[in-house]
Write a protein that binds this ligand. Structure first.
Ligand SMILES: [Zn+2]
Ligand SMILES: [Zn+2]
Length: 169
């Protein structure tokens, strides 16, 4: 399958041909329909986050390894699932929630995986949606979008959540 990857920071993304993954356990294979480009993808490509006052958070410190397939705003069709996956309907379109944690710390256990200090986010720590297919580790990260437009819904996974969070505050 084709993947658009950051191979070296600050160089154009390269198209790599990788093996199409097979879902195992509770995983789901998503055939990508739409992938948003986020502001933070630019930082990913640059190799770090500007924290202001001349300070930078390097992606190495954040656990990012290259080559990386970015893309954390993804909608796709569930094509296959592992033997332990429950509640997914193959052929349905899903928005993929990318902010995945370690699954065992207090933040994760309280349902706030986005606050996990050992994150395993899709498109940052693990392959994301700039590819023909991506693996989602559990069906709980999939939101069925029915007949909504994938390209309109994909940014909800990050841009939409950011706006929602700001409004709630
Ligand atoms: Zn955690
Ligand atoms: Zn984002």
């Amino acid at each position: 399958m084709k993947c658009y990857c950051v191979v070296n920071f600050r160089e154009p993304l390269q198209m790599l041909d990788m093996a199409k993954p097979t879902p195992e356990g509770g995983e789901v294979l998503i055939s990508v329909s739409a992938a948003g480009v986020c502001h933070s993808d630019i930082h990913l490509w640059e190799g770090g986050y500007d924290l202001g006052n001349g300070r930078t958070l390097s992606l190495k410190d954040r656990g990012v390894r290259l080559p990386l397939t970015p893309g954390h705003e993804t909608v796709g069709v569930a094509e296959a699932s592992g033997p332990d996956a429950t509640g997914v309907q193959l052929g349905h379109k899903y928005l993929v929630y990318p902010w995945i944690g370690c699954g065992s710390c207090p933040a994760c256990n309280s349902g706030a995986e986005n606050h996990c200090s050992a994150p395993r986010c899709l498109g940052i720590h693990r392959p994301g949606g700039y590819a023909e297919y991506m693996i989602v580790p559990d069906t709980k990260y999939l939101i069925d979008i029915g007949d909504l437009d994938p390209s309109q819904i994909a940014p909800y996974a990050c841009s939409g959540l950011t706006t929602y969070s700001a409004l709630k505050k």
